[in-house]
Write a protein that binds this ligand. Structure first.
Ligand code: PEP
Ligand code: MN
Length: 338
């Protein structure tokens, strides 16, 4: 349920209303938009008498939200949420590029790639320390040592870092990480979502391998209902019947999400296709579809990468993609941090 408050209200009246709502056992999300103030009620609103609330002096209108996702709903929060990662803004008319290797391999590898992608225009460094692999015999990531190397790369280059968490038992290890990534395989690990939400840290929430947009937004809702407000959604392709690509990039999810939610949306063209030669066309298509950014796998030596070499591009190829993105951004009214 949302309560739209009249423009000409007094602070005291709104505070009384919030106090009353909280007294009913509900949480209140306050959205001070350009045109109105909206109070979003979180919890079981069935016992709230809509007519009573509507009759209050300061209330313009009251509406029940049909969709099961509330905090993530655009109706709750009409303006775009802007997620600030170390001074780099995700959402609105900002466009950000996250780049780095699939996994952290050595100190030299992560630091070299970090400098290269930063020079080309990336603002956030990615790199997996804990890797979700289909085979238990495949490289599992450097784990805690990998996190330390990422922090070192952050210290050297000044780039904020994003890396995937796979277990609630590791939450403490992520305290200095700027953005916690929830991978596709964990999008519906509800206990993990709740614990990550409690940290209140920014989260990059990837779409599940075969999940609908509504299921994805419900996962965002799990994080938000625990107080985690800064969520960046990441479309990374879904599993279809098409074997030529690793996944199928769902481009229509981007404009649809912008209608349904206020959260920023980025695209990962690397996992979406699994093929390095498709990364450029899919990146440009994502810009054209209105994405707020991209997350791209870049490796200094893709042929010898320990994970996802076939979809990794070189720093030179990355630089070329960023140049083409810059040509397109004015067409979609977005700008990149320079
Ligand atoms: C990744 O980004 O390293 C990753 C494992 O991606 P996904 O969860 O989308 O498969
Ligand atoms: Mn990968």
């Amino acid at each position: 349920m949302i309560i739209i408050v009249k423009k000409e209200h007094e602070e005291k009246q709104i505070n009384n209303l919030i106090k009353w709502i909280k007294g009913q056992g509900l949480e209140v999300d306050i959205s001070n938009g350009q045109h109105s103030t909206i109070l979003g009620l979180v919890g079981d609103t069935s016992k709230i008498d809509i007519d009573l609330v509507r009759s209050l002096d300061i209330v313009e209108n009251v509406k029940r939200i049909q969709e099961p996702f509330k905090c993530a709903n655009r109706k709750f929060h009409p303006d775009d949420t802007i997620v600030d990662i170390g001074g780099h803004k995700f959402g609105g008319d900002n466009f950000q590029i996250i780049a780095g290797p699939c996994s952290v391999e050595t100190e030299k590898q992560i630091i070299d790639v970090a400098w290269a992608v930063k020079k080309a225009g990336a603002t956030v460094l990615r790199g997996g320390a804990y890797k979700p692999r289909t085979s238990p015999y495949a490289f599992q990531g450097l784990r805690e040592a990998g996190l330390q190397l990422l922090l070192k790369a952050k210290e050297e280059t000044g780039m904020p870092i994003v890396t995937e968490i796979m277990s609630v038992n590791h939450i403490d290890q992520f305290k200095d990480v700027d953005v916690i990534q929830i991978g596709a395989r964990d999008m519906q690990n509800f206990e993990l979502l709740k614990e990550v939400g409690k940290t209140k840290k920014p989260v990059l929430l990837k779409r599940g391998l075969a999940n609908t947009i509504q299921e994805w937004l419900m996962s965002a809702e799990y994080i938000m209902s625990e107080g985690g407000k800064d969520i960046i959604l990441c479309e990374r392709g879904i599993r279809t019947f098409e074997p030529y690509t690793r996944n199928t990039l769902d481009l229509s999810a981007i404009p649809l999400l912008k209608e349904l939610t206020h959260l920023p949306v980025v695209v990962d063209p690397s996992h979406a296709s699994g093929l390095s030669r498709l990364v450029k066309p899919l990146s440009l298509a994502s810009v054209g579809s209105g994405a707020h950014g991209l997350m791209i796998e870049v490796h200094n030596d893709p042929k010898n990468a320990l994970c996802d070499g076939a979809q990794s591009i070189t720093p030179d190829q990355f630089d070329d993609i960023v140049k083409s993105i810059d040509v397109m951004l004015p067409l979609v009214d977005k700008h990149r941090d320079l």
